[in-house]
Design a protein around this ligand. Structure first.
Ligand SMILES: N[C@@H](CCC(=O)N[C@@H](CS)C(=O)NCC(=O)O)C(=O)O
Length: 209
């Protein structure tokens, strides 16, 4: 046991991003559940771990880290010899840095909004807003065109192996809008993104299996 604690919620896609990296690195960890419904993430004890009052937080030794993508990078660098590499060995780091930003700044916003409308709202007994769904599907569709072009030329986003930046997409795709959108956006228009073109490019949902 590497003495890792994850403070978070299994329903949180940002927490799931950290779970995915620990899974790929074959690391054991303790989940410290944060009761977000009860507002635990806005109380003093949690704010002392993350002053922004958001999950996840990772504790490892003296390190107390927030921001899921920074946490996954920390895990990959701290445990280079465990599990999957999650890097591009012997290759320039630049494409990995670029696609890390693309996921966070382009892919995540419409994906998170779609998850909110299509998954969380029904779960909380709230009504989905069809206009918000349409708007964010259109945004995501344009972004997937760019991914499709990239994945027609590169096996994975950063290089020819599965890295952190591919992993960062898993929760939004796997958890939420999968059923509805995977057929409509991914399978129909972006075969290299969905991995359904007979090769093994970007089979995201399988990773969280
Ligand atoms: N950029 C942050 C976002 C974290 C985040 O938005 N967490 C959500 C759950 S998925 C949260 O804690 N929401 C509660 C809030 O913002 O008050 C990360 O990647 O860790």
């Amino acid at each position: 046991m590497a003495g890792i604690k994850v403070h978070g919620s299994v329903f949180s896609t940002a927490t799931q991003r950290v779970f995915a990296s620990l899974y790929e690195k074959e690391l054991e960890y303790e989940l410290v559940p944060v009761d977000m419904k009860a507002g635990e993430h806005k109380k003093e004890a949690f704010l002392s771990l993350n002053p922004f009052g958001q999950v996840p937080v990772l504790e490892h030794g003296d390190q107390k880290l927030f921001e899921s993508r920074a946490i996954t990078q920390y895990i990959a660098q701290e445990f280079p010899d465990k599990g999957t590499q999650l890097a591009c060995p012997g290759k320039p780091i630049a494409p990995l840095l670029v696609w890390k930003e693309v996921e966070a700044l382009q892919f995540d916003p419409p994906s998170s909004k779609l998850n909110w409308e299509l998954v969380y709202k029904p779960m909380f007994g709230m009504t989905t807003d069809p206009a918000a769904v349409e708007e964010n599907e259109a945004k995501l569709s344009k972004i997937l065109d760019v991914y499709e072009a990239r994945l027609s030329q590169s096996k994975y986003l950063a290089c020819d192996s599965f890295t952190l930046v591919d992993l960062h997409h898993l929760p939004n795709i796997n958890f939420g809008f999968g059923d509805r959108l995977s057929r409509k956006l991914f399978d129909a228009t972006a075969p290299h993104v969905s991995g359904h073109n007979g090769q093994a490019e970007f089979q995201l949902p399988d990773r969280l299996g």
